[in-house]
Design a protein around this ligand. Structure first.
Ligand SMILES: N[C@@H](CCC(=O)N[C@@H](CS)C(=O)NCC(=O)O)C(=O)O
Length: 364
């Protein structure tokens, strides 16, 4: 291997260091004891860590992460008087490719085939700006926070993705992924390539809502509760709940192709975007490392099944996930080193789940 060469200045410094070595030895008694350095370092780091974590992840008294609620909650719809009727080209989705909540909207947009009706603008995280920045200036805005301010000059909350933006009235219609995906599923059917695909059918709503509630707390937000926990107890609790839920879901998927039977629903979409990031980021960075999704008997194949649905793989960006999580969540990874693994090529392997649930129906 070629050795790096030193400039004359560096060479001189190194020689001085070498010749000074015995002097430092003599001063041994006066140098700081390592114990003190460690204590000081630990004190300074944990104080700053808690300070940064309180900005990154608000917590309750037990050190548990509490996600702030979304503040723009209007709906696109055809009812008379609704200021936001469905229309081609009127709405834009602002998304970050690493964000699981924004990813939900991209998956539904792809499954419904409404890419021509609802446009997408990709934003990127900027550690310097402390938030998302637009890839090009839009509406005179450079940062996502500027868009929020344009929509609501007094807005004091977080500037999160996804955002469903109305290009006509220049405002945010909605910034809650759980609601945006309901609108994308039902309100753009006249422009959709797959209008009959209903991801939130009336007869399954109770079941879908039940899964959503459970999965949000313990899995979607559960991984963040693990990663952003500021006490051991808060982490233990979140981790127990996360893996208890994953075990339960894995058992259900033994006999059912999707969460609510043999058709994909919004419950699957919402679970999918967390599962896709699990082995890539949550397993390592968020300490969700009891098990990988790939190691589960059914969850691994279920993830592959959803990944291979038409249009879905194109919404998935492994590099952005790794880069944004490991590279930008500074308090969790101060060195910003992005790991080289894991190998995710198995996502393309056959899932073998086509007939799951079918045999049971026949037997009955
Ligand atoms: N409840 C929101 C959560 C969205 C969210 O937390 N997005 C994160 C990215 S994964 C974000 O934009 N965070 C920026 C911030 O908190 O400042 C939703 O589901 O739409």
């Amino acid at each position: 291997m070629p050795q790096p060469t030193l400039s004359p200045k560096e060479d001189e410094k190194l020689t001085n260091l070498k010749t000074e070595a015995p002097k430092t030895k003599k001063k041994k008694g006066k140098s700081l004891p390592p114990k003190l350095i460690i204590r000081l370092g630990k004190f300074v780091w944990t104080t700053i860590w808690h300070l940064m974590m309180s900005k990154l992840a608000p917590r309750n008294q037990s050190g548990e992460y509490v996600r702030p609620s979304s503040q723009f909650r209007n709906f696109v719809g055809t009812e008379e008087g609704n200021a936001y009727p469905p229309a081609v080209g009127r709405y834009t989705l602002y998304v970050g490719m690493s964000c699981p909540w924004a990813h939900r909207t991209l998956v539904v947009r792809a499954l419904k085939g409404i890419e021509d009706a609802v446009s997408v603008s990709i934003v990127s995280p900027s550690p310097l700006e402390g938030g998302w920045v637009l890839n090009q200036e839009e509406e005179g805005c450079r940062r996502l926070a500027d868009l929020y301010e344009l929509a609501e000059p007094d807005y004091g909350g977080r500037s999160t993705v996804p955002v469903l933006w109305d290009n006509q009235t220049k405002t945010i219609v909605n910034n809650e992924s759980a609601e945006i995906i309901v609108m994308l599923n039902s309100e753009f059917n006249e422009f959709a390539k797959h209008p009959t695909l209903d991801l939130y059918p009336q007869e399954l709503r109770e079941k879908i809502d039940g899964w959503n509630e459970k999965i949000y707390d313990s899995v979607n937000n559960g991984v963040y509760r693990c990663g952003f926990a500021q006490t051991q107890e808060a982490y233990n609790q979140a981790c127990d709940e996360l893996f208890a839920s994953l075990d339960e879901i894995d058992a259900v998927l033994e006999k059912s192709r999707y969460l609510c039977g043999d058709r994909v629903t919004l419950a699957d979409v919402r679970l999918f975007t967390t599962l896709f990031r699990f082995d890539l980021a949550y397993y390592g960075l968020f300490k969700c490392n009891r098990r990988r999704i790939q190691d589960y008997q059914n969850l691994g194949a279920y993830l592959r099944d959803l990944y291979q649905l038409p249009g879905v793989a194109a919404t998935c960006n492994q590099e952005s996930v790794k880069q944004d999580y490991y590279g930008n969540l500074f308090p969790l990874n101060p060195g910003s080193i992005v790991p080289s693994g894991p190998d995710m090529t198995s996502l393309l392997e056959p899932h073998g789940r086509e007939s799951i649930g079918k045999e049971t129906i026949k037997q009955n």
